[in-house]
Design a protein around this ligand. Structure first.
Ligand code: NDP
Length: 213
């Protein structure tokens, strides 16, 4: 007989293993196909959905489900400092609010914070490329875009790598691996797309990792 804590951990372990397996399958799928949204949108998979609504529906469970789980979790778990830090990092990302506990930052948390700042700053740059009513694409400049085409993706990958380092578990690592697989593919695809579309695209700019890749 197993305690409920052991059963929960067993479930989490299995789910993390499935996530890593899914990351491997996704990696191979993405070698042949870009995720069909944004510039790669296609009617092949169904009718188009309003972008704001789609992001809202996609991200809401990632915010609400953990929120409910945290509310139902016993105080013995949520009173532990490392758990509180991980929960704060997670929700900070999904509601995009400021870091509440800067004085507690350490180790992987710093990496997470750097990644979060790069991600938010880069998304801000992209959001402001178009004037109201414009729909085309421009060459992004400033911030980490000076070094890589996928600056927003680099930020997000760094963020979850820091989260995994701080979480120090197979579960947070599985999430970081999955995110890295999806966003690396998107960064490489965007980079190739920019090079093909813009003759004056900066030649020194890399896809995802400054100066290297
Ligand atoms: P993109 O860079 O493809 O697009 C972001 C926004 O900027 C879109 O509105 C896009 O318009 C616009 N944009 C991008 N490039 C240009 C350009 N050159 N000129 C004008 N406008 C531009 O990012 P994603 O949509 O893939 O992702 C958005 C955020 O979500 C990122 O921070 C990413 O890290 C995160 N994300 C996280 C995932 C995860 O697994 N954790 C998975 C996917 C995304 P348009 O839509 O018209 O192309």
């Amino acid at each position: 007989l197993f305690s409920s804590d052991e059963q929960e951990l067993y479930m989490l372990d299995r789910m993390a293993h499935v996530t890593v397996l899914m990351a491997a399958c996704t990696f191979f799928t993405l070698l042949f196909e870009n995720v069909p949204y944004g510039r790669y949108a296609s009617s092949k998979y169904g009718f188009p959905v309003d972008v704001k609504f789609a992001w809202f529906v996609q991200e809401l469970p990632a915010f609400l489900v953990p929120l409910c789980l945290v509310a139902w979790t016993t105080a013995a778990k949520t009173s532990l400092l490392p758990n509180q830090l991980l929960i704060a990092m997670y929700f900070c990302h999904y509601v995009q609010r400021s870091l509440i506990y800067p004085f507690l930052i350490r180790g992987g948390s710093v990496l997470w914070l750097v990644g979060w700042l790069v991600n938010v700053h880069s998304d801000h740059i992209l959001r402001n490329l178009r004037k109201p009513g414009e729909t085309g694409y421009k060459i992004p400049t400033g911030g980490m875009f000076e070094y890589v085409s996928g600056a927003n993706f680099l930020g997000e990958i760094t963020e979850w790598a820091g989260f995994a380092l701080a979480g120090h578990s197979v579960h947070s690592s599985a999430f970081a691996i999955f995110t890295a697989v999806v966003l690396t593919s998107r960064a490489v695809a965007h980079h190739k797309w920019y090079l093909a579309k813009f003759e004056d695209y900066p030649k020194s700019r890399k896809a995802l990792i400054p100066f290297l890749f």
